[in-house]
Write a protein that binds this ligand. Structure first.
Ligand code: AHR
Length: 344
């Protein structure tokens, strides 16, 4: 009898231990990115439960590499905050694709209504997008795209035509240079659709301007400090001695390049013409100061379109595959006139 009691006791202890271990395992295996992300938009809100009427949207943001990115985050968070029918789960990936994948898996586990993401690079999404599809959760791409071969794995893309932006930048550069000269290209993050397509659009248009030569092309990772460092190094290199233009895939890198050019004793805006993409206020101010020549706009204020799309999906509506942004090009006085009304 005593022996049987001992065996039963040992069995109970083993079962409890096993379930604890299993519990721990489940916890550590749980994706944590969303919950450890800098800020959930509505920190005070209890997580929305099915049937409470809210549209639950999980958004995986790339990070905070530029003024443009900050404006996009703000637009998404502010729009969600102002709309009581939306529950936003926001996750900041700090430039790492692996963090975005973890966040998406976390959103799938939480059974959100819609997953939205700004993919840091184009490739490497197939597996996780398939998981979302299997879980019947629609995915909206915001701002950046993924590989063409994964087109059936997302519902809709909201954002700009980066190829057109690159073409417009090239046209402006050709005009500033009187159709001839040597230029430097500061590219965005390697593998990002915004960088690949802005390069493609620029190169395509440059075929019409054979006397303009790109003497150096290098990534500045879409951020100001790297843009400045890269420009400093180029200015010291043999190719950098005779340049008349800089094409930067975003404003932050252009602003970094402007500092480097000034420190090298040249005048940005006149000795070296500068064309960049985004349209942040600081870039417009640089145009006003005569240091930047053209800003090609890329709209980051995508919050309203994103949540309208999420609501439409929840209501069973069909979305267009591409919801395009309206954008403009600003040079000289047009930029100066627009400055007081810039929203980002
Ligand atoms: O994907 C859009 C680009 O990403 C913006 O041009 C840039 O500023 C950002 O970091």
């Amino acid at each position: 009898m005593v022996q049987r009691k001992k065996i039963m006791g040992a069995l109970v202890t083993a079962t409890v231990l096993m379930s604890l271990v299993a519990g721990c395992g489940a916890k550590t295996a749980e994706p944590t990115t969303a919950s450890t992300a800098p800020q959930a938009t509505k920190a005070a809100d209890a997580p929305a439960k099915a049937g409470d009427g809210k549209v639950v949207v999980g958004f995986s943001q790339i990070g905070a590499e530029s003024g443009w990115r900050g404006a996009e985050t703000q637009s998404i968070q502010d729009t969600a905050k102002a709309d009581p029918t939306i529950d936003l789960k926001f996750s900041d990936a700090q430039q790492k694709q692996e963090n975005q994948i973890k966040a998406i898996r976390s959103f799938i586990a939480q059974k959100v209504d819609v997953i939205a993401m700004a993919p840091v690079v184009e490739t490497g999404w197939e597996a996780v997008l398939k998981e979302a599809k299997d879980a019947k959760i629609p995915v909206i791409l915001v701002d950046r795209g993924v590989d063409k071969k994964n087109e059936d794995l997302y519902t809709s893309f909201i954002g700009s035509d980066f190829i057109v932006e690159g073409q417009n930048a090239a046209k402006a550069m050709a005009e500033h240079l009187g159709d001839k000269g040597n230029i430097v290209e500061l590219e965005g993050t390697v593998g990002a659709s915004a960088a690949t397509d802005r390069k493609k659009g620029f190169d395509d248009e440059m075929k019409n301007h054979p006397n303009i030569k790109i003497v150096k092309s290098q990534s500045g990772d879409f951020n100001r400090a790297t843009g400045k460092q890269v420009m400093e190094a180029i200015l010291k290199s043999p190719e950098g001695k005779d340049i008349q233009g800089v094409y930067a895939h975003n404003d932050d890198m252009a602003l970094g390049a402007i500092q480097a050019i000034e420190e090298a004793g040249k005048k940005p805006g006149s000795d070296v013409k500068i064309v960049s993409i985004d349209g942040i206020k600081e870039a417009f101010e640089a145009v006003k100061a005569g240091k930047l020549n053209t800003v090609v706009e890329c709209n980051p204020l995508l919050g309203p379109q994103l949540f309208q799309a999420a609501k439409d999906l929840k209501a069973g509506k069909q979305l267009p595959k591409w919801i395009k942004s309206n954008e403009d090009v600003f040079t000289g006085q047009k930029a100066i006139d627009a400055l007081p009304n810039r929203k980002y």
